[in-house]
Write a protein that binds this ligand. Sequence first.
Ligand code: SF4
Length: 196
Amino acid sequence: MLETELKNIEQEVKACTKCPLHLSRTNTVFGDGNINAEIFLIGEGPGFDEDKTGNVFVGKSGKLLDKILEACNFSRSKHVYIGNILKCRPPGNRKPTPEEQIACLPYLEKQIELIDPKIIITLGATALQGLLGENLKITRERGIWKLWMNRLVMPTFHPSALLRNPNLKKDTWEDFKKVISKYRELVDSEHYCKNF
Ligand code: SF4
């Protein structure tokens, strides 16, 4: 049932022409992971590799995200579901316009509603602002729990920011440690992590 509902939205996304990004996309990128996961990660939108493959968080950022998840003893296939604010790639990876974000957000909201996670993690400024408000600054808000539709949200940096500036890794790990603690509190008190 849940799988069918998500597949139906994915089909809608594939046919979507609600914003100009449909003109330049190669593939839509809907999302991936465990549809029963309690952690929902939100990124910005597809990049070059994602647009080519139709898969979420592949390429260098995706590999780094996998390493971060592994450090937490979380896996894509078991503990998390990953989606994006935008389902189509902005040309040249430019920042999406507010209009594009507004047009696409209902798909993400529906995904979250169906998957019903206990914890949301926004990756980077666009995900934070797209979900919680365009005036929020990632450098000020990261690491602080927020509420969105009665769900807990942890804002942290996007893996691509860590690739550009490795100094951000320390803060990002602090944010993920808070997620591990909350996961133990709300989902699995026995969740093992050798690093924390
Ligand atoms: Fe539709 Fe979202 Fe793609 Fe725009 S980015 S065409 S709203 S699926």
